[in-house]
Ligand binder design. Structure first.
Ligand code: FES
Length: 182
């Protein structure tokens, strides 16, 4: 019996050595392959980062009485595999709602994507395409407005130096839900 064990030892050792070699080979193959996959999917990761805070204006550029002002939103843009330098990605109305509070509203009408205009005499927004009317805070102002939802508001951060940053997004038009456009 002990002879049988002795004779099986070299075979077993060979098996273990081969198994270890296969394991190491698999690890050395899969790690670079995994890294390659991450690199390949990198544009998608960047896409997921969309909606980061972008510097749009300064606090002292906004009227104290809460009148909205329109600002372009400029950002680096990235599609699936290309990165572009700073380009205009949209526009917002900003208005002061307190000494250091600002509301941001996307200028795009949620009905079909026209740009709304601020009407100073009526202190509301009007969409020139199908006459949706919105209050100063973006709420639908009259029931005959065809827009399916209020104007789209976005998160705002005011920094210590007075910079106003907006977590900018464009949203899908024509639906009740506020869903980021892909
Ligand atoms: S696009 Fe604004 S009301 Fe139709």
């Amino acid at each position: 019996m002990s002879e049988a064990n002795d004779s099986s030892q070299p075979g077993r050792r060979d098996f273990l050595i081969k198994a270890a070699a296969v394991g190491i080979g698999a690890v050395t193959t899969l790690v670079p392959a995994g890294a390659g996959l991450v690199t390949l999917l990198d544009p998608l990761r960047h896409k997921a980062k969309a909606g980061r805070f972008l510097r749009v204006a300064t606090l002292n550029s906004l009227p104290e009485d809460g009148t909205p002002r329109q600002f372009p939103v400029v950002s680096e843009r990235q599609d699936a595999w290309n990165k572009y330098p700073e380009v205009r990605v949209g526009a917002v109305y900003l208005r002061k709602t307190g000494p250091k509070e600002v509301q941001a509203i996307n200028v795009v009408c949620p009905h079909a994507g026209c740009f709304v205009n601020y009407q100073p005499d009526q202190r509301n927004y009007l969409c020139p395409c199908h006459n949706s009317r919105f209050a100063l805070d973006g709420a639908i102002k009259d029931a005959s407005s065809p827009s399916p939802r209020p104007l789209d508001t976005m998160e705002v951060k005011v920094e210590a130096d007075g910079a106003v940053l907006v977590k900018f997004e464009n949203y899908r038009a024509g639906i009740h839900e506020k869903i980021v456009a892909s």
